[in-house]
Design a binder for this molecule. Structure first.
Ligand SMILES: Cc1cc2nc3c(=O)[nH]c(=O)nc-3n(C[C@H](O)[C@H](O)[C@H](O)COP(=O)(O)OP(=O)(O)OC[C@H]3O[C@@H](n4cnc5c(N)ncnc54)[C@H](O)[C@@H]3O)c2cc1C
Length: 369
């Protein structure tokens, strides 16, 4: 089995670890940057999600529910830093109170563990510095050192003999008998029996390189940026992650407050679509963030906020579309046997990384049988 993975983000790395752990054969990971995890995987909230918001019977729901305990087990076994801090979702007006009920019902329907409804007094007891009318506690939510996780996947895969071709952008893919010829920016050509497209924001382009009709298959991505502002000096104000009810159209989860492993509070990400996005955070957005967070942090002052990082979601859902699931698919049915596309791996891709890798392993092994 000669398998090529395109992309060394958390998903490509997890797949490399799982495949190299359990199977023989040549495994190469092509990555256009000079190291792993330099795009979306190092520009996110580092939250281990519980699987609360996704519709039942979707890959996002299933892989998040499977991935959450897998990630905790891995952190414990491998010494990757994490905190099972929990999160509260809060309502601040009558309309949001109804939404809290809906979210709770969805959790019951999907079977999300560790979920309970909270009264105003119960939220106050958990989070004295948060204004809320009602809430939901999610006990299985946590935070993780995402770089530590990627380093672990990378080192394990490397120790198992996986070859990492950094500074190798995949620029061409052509179907041959017995597999695919992968061409890179360095002019190299390699034959792979199976190809795994885990190229994140570039995954629709990579599918296009191989000849997939990206528009017709609805594989085209709509990049959607999320900015963060931090609140230096507010350490200790909250003990759980604090989320408002999510954006009605499903672009993002609303400007929420996350903690990092040092206890620093970050607000965000917000959500705005665009082409040619960069990672700069416009300081002028401070007022917008302040007003969003002031509804639940009554002690907040605008001057406490400072621009932080940003990330770009590889969304299949355009601005006017409804929910779109992950595409994780062996493409024989579209005429590409042994080609596995992973497209639209936005949140909860970090949480689900192990579960995604195990699903891809099953797809690879079905072809190899
Ligand atoms: C703002 C934000 C917040 C998020 N928060 C969370 C969270 O709290 N919890 C959670 O579970 N998930 C979260 N996510 C989602 C999570 O970050 C992603 O699902 C995950 O990082 C996707 O990993 P990936 O490996 O698919 O993509 P990436 O990390 O983007 O990796 C893809 C790699 O492919 C490479 N590549 C692209 N094209 C080519 C090519 N032609 N040749 C070679 N290499 C190529 C890129 O350089 C890149 O390194 C968040 C995402 C965003 C944007």
């Amino acid at each position: 089995m000669a398998v090529s993975i395109i992309g060394a983000g958390v998903v490509g790395l997890a797949i490399a670890k799982v495949l190299s752990d359990r199977h023989d054969g040549d495994l190469i990971v092509f990555e256009k940057h000079d190291g792993f995890g330099q795009e979306t995987s190092s520009r996110n909230s580092e939250v281990i999600h519980a699987g609360i918001y996704y519709p039942p019977n979707t890959l996002k729901s299933r892989l998040c529910l499977e991935g959450n305990p897998l990630l905790y087990q891995l952190c414990k076994a491998a010494g990757i830093k994490y905190q099972n801090c929990g999160k509260v979702i809060i309502s601040t007006n009558e309309e949001e109170k109804k939404e809290i009920e809906n979210i709770y019902q969805n959790c019951q329907a999907i079977g999300v563990p560790g979920i309970s409804l909270l009264t105003e007094a119960e939220v106050k007891k958990l989070e004295p510095n948060v204004f809320a009318l009602t809430g939901i506690m999610s006990a299985t939510t946590g935070i993780i050192d995402s770089h530590g996780l990627m380093k672990y996947y990378y080192q394990q895969a490397q120790a198992n003999g996986t070859l990492f071709a950094f500074n190798h952008e995949v620029t061409g893919i052509s179907k041959q008998s017995g597999g695919y010829i992968i061409e890179t920016s360095n002019g190299e050509k390699i034959l792979a029996e199976q190809v795994i497209n885990a190229a994140g924001l570039g995954s629709d382009q990579v599918a296009g390189l191989a000849g997939f009709d990206v528009k017709k298959l609805h594989y085209n991505l709509y990049p959607c940026k999320g900015d963060y502002f931090s609140i230096p000096g507010a350490k200790g104000k909250i003990h759980h992650l604090v989320y408002p009810v999510p954006h009605k159209k499903g672009y993002g989860l609303g400007v929420h407050a996350t903690l990092d492993l040092t206890g620093q509070i970050r607000l965000g990400p917000d959500a705005h679509y665009g082409e040619n996005l960069n990672y700069e955070v416009d300081p002028a957005k401070r007022t917008e963030f302040y007003h969003a967070a002031r509804t639940y942090f009554p002690w907040l002052k605008e001057e406490m906020l400072s621009p932080d990082t940003s990330g770009i979601r590889p969304k299949l859902q355009g601005p006017d579309d409804g929910f779109r699931d992950f595409v994780i698919k062996e493409e024989s049915a579209n005429g590409y046997p042994g080609f596995i596309n992973l497209i639209g791996i936005e949140s909860p891709g970090l949480t689900a990384s192990m579960a995604i890798a195990q699903l891809v392993e099953r797809l690879v092994m079905t072809r190899s049988d």
